[in-house]
Design a binder for this molecule. Structure first.
Ligand SMILES: [Zn+2]
Length: 388
């Protein structure tokens, strides 16, 4: 959103993210006329979205009345859809979870079965929080596959058979509110940035079965021309020993085929480790098993080779690692740091932070809630709310 806009949605955004705390600060931030700002703030107060409270520090004249966002003015549904489980939460308008429930599913059962289950869980969390469907202002859904963001329809998702072009927003029609759908990596990236919507440039890299990257530019998700920005799992990576690995996409030596969760398990089995799942490889590494540690570290170095190129190109403030394989923590980070700091240009790498997510299980739900909240408050729907 352009910081110069003075629409009601933009003013609300500035107060909500802590960029402005009074009418005077909104005027200074947007450059809009004092009367215009005052009239729109009054509308937002009448609609219950802003509240007045307290006095700010004076710079000479009468101290300004402080404005604050009323996060209790509504609620949103957040749906974090995975391959084998779904988490549904209801949150207030600052993404504070009011009630949440998780349930096992099989995404391959298709949209009718899975979305019926989501609907059942949504009614359960609403009831638990003492709310009704009429209270829901927006719905945010994260799914494990590519999505055309403008329509909320999955686009040839490789691990979601039967979901291609399915009208996911249509499944939530009875709430009569905006429904936003995006791939799980972009949603998790929003969750990592948090409510404050910091103005940083961040890469959120999910290493699970696949590898994907949420690209945050100036605090906002960058989706690219068709919504596939950050699809780094199929970038070609040269192997030091010249080995060739076929990727499920049909190409050779994609990042995912060399360093994703499936690759880690395959290499561990080939090395004779007693494992049947990626999780077991991660657990072995956590127990200090030498060969498992070396495999995780090598995956880190391979991922780091790609991230080094991204750092040179994008110059992010931070890289946050998340997903099942990222739970390996230290040995994975060691490999990533080795490659990134060894190959990035000094100016780009100087202040770069590379960390593992604090709450990977939560960021999907919080991100879906934030996406819904943005869809409601920053979009046209806030104007409609004001008109009512
Ligand atoms: Zn590939």
């Amino acid at each position: 959103m352009a910081s110069t806009s003075a629409s009601a949605g933009a003013l609300l955004h500035h107060v909500r993210t802590g960029r402005a705390r009074s009418r005077a600060e909104l005027v200074a931030l947007t450059g809009a006329a004092r009367n215009t700002v005052s009239a729109r703030v009054d509308q937002l107060i009448a609609a219950g979205l802003l509240q007045e409270g307290g006095r700010g520090g004076s710079t000479g004249g009468r101290p300004p009345t402080l404005l604050r966002f009323n996060s209790g003015a509504g609620c949103v549904l957040a749906v974090d859809l995975g391959v084998t489980s779904v988490d549904v939460a209801v949150t207030d308008l600052s993404a504070q979870i009011l009630a949440t429930v998780g349930h096992p599913i099989d995404i391959a059962d298709g949209p009718d079965v899975v979305l019926a289950e989501v609907d059942r869980l949504a009614q359960k969390v609403l009831a638990e929080a003492g709310l009704t469907p009429a209270d829901v202002c927006a719905v945010g859904v994260g799914v494990p596959g590519p999505v055309e963001f403008s329509t909320g329809r999955p686009s040839h998702p490789p691990i979601m058979p039967g979901w291609h072009d399915h009208d996911i927003p249509g499944a939530f029609a009875r709430y009569g509110c905006p429904v936003l759908v995006d791939n799980d990596v972009n949603v998790m990236a929003l969750g990592e940035i948090g409510v404050g919507g910091s103005a940083e440039d961040v890469l959120v890299v999910k290493v699970g079965t696949g590898i994907g990257c949420g690209v945050i530019v100036d605090g906002e998700v960058y989706r690219g021309a068709q919504g596939s920005a950050g699809d780094i799992g199929h970038i070609h990576v040269p192997t030091p020993d010249g080995r060739t690995v076929l990727c499920r996409c049909g190409n050779e030596n994609c990042l995912e085929a060399l360093a994703g969760g499936g690759a880690l398990l395959r290499d561990a089995v080939e090395a004779g480790l007693p494992v049947t799942s990626t999780r077991q490889v991660i657990e072995l590494a956590a127990q200090g098993d030498g060969p498992a540690l070396e495999l995780v570290r090598r995956a880190g170095r391979t991922i780091g080779t790609v991230l080094a190129a991204l750092v040179n190109f994008f110059n992010p403030h931070r890289i946050v690692m998340t997903g099942g394989v990222a739970q390996a923590g230290a040995p994975l980070l060691a490999g990533i740091r080795e490659a990134v700091y060894g190959r990035s240009m000094p100016l780009a790498a100087r202040a770069l932070e590379i960390t593992v997510s604090d709450a990977p299980d939560l960021s999907g739900r919080v991100g879906a809630a934030l996406m819904a909240i943005q869809g409601y408050l920053d979009g046209d729907s806030v104007h409609q709310a004001l008109a009512r």
